[in-house]
Design a protein around this ligand. Structure first.
Ligand code: ZN
Length: 193
């Protein structure tokens, strides 16, 4: 990082990483610029990515994030949801906290490939994410219906699963519970090195 650029009163200011000229609101955040944090969008993005990855290594950060999410998810109504991979429904589920379930399904941070290969359990979608079999960018999540009553919600889940089977000849790829699939269908195999 250069110390000679961006001195008090000096204009224009330059990105402290790549030294490109900064145009607030165009290639850097105005709020950061005002705070004297001179980084362009691209360098800020790189930095955020590194910080994010590093933070996830820290138990303290994971705990804090878990606590934050817990609070956040408390405010959410129960419901039935679907997970799509590209255009296909790959999972139908119900939860008292659907968004929390979403986080769990989509997270690749919970268990890494080496743990999967040691046979440690995790959600099948997470497993395929961790193993690189599916691309997170193609996953999407949708609340199909908010239903507070547990029995009604579970009945709806089952109904939707059966509807899927009737329409497509099989249950969604990642559903095992409430279906005719063996529970361990997605837990086979080792990654080919
Ligand atoms: Zn830069």
């Amino acid at each position: 990082m250069s110390v000679k650029i961006n001195q008090r009163g000096a204009y224009p200011k330059f990105c402290t990483d790549c030294e490109t000229e900064l145009n607030p609101g165009v290639n850097c955040y105005l709020s950061m610029y005002r705070n004297g944090s001179y980084k362009c969008h691209a360098c800020k993005k790189k930095q955020s990515k590194i910080e994010h990855d590093i933070k996830w290594q820290l138990p303290w950060f994971r705990d804090k994030k878990a606590k934050y999410l817990e609070e956040y998810h408390k405010q959410e109504p129960a419901g039935v949801y679907a997970i799509y991979y590209k255009e296909d429904i790959v999972y139908i589920g119900e939860s008292t906290k659907p968004m929390q379930r979403r986080t769990a399904h989509f997270s690749k941070h919970v268990k890494k490939a080496e743990h999967v290969n040691k046979g440690q359990w995790q959600q099948p979608i997470q497993k395929d994410l961790a193993l690189g079999k599916i691309d997170r960018n193609h996953l999407s999540f949708e609340i199909l219906e908010y239903i507070q009553d547990t029995d009604e919600r579970k009945a709806k889940e089952k109904h939707l699963l059966d509807q899927h089977k009737a329409a497509f000849g099989e249950y969604p790829k990642y559903n095992t519970r409430l279906t005719d699939k063996p529970e361990n269908r997605h837990y086979y195999g080792k990654r080919k090195a």
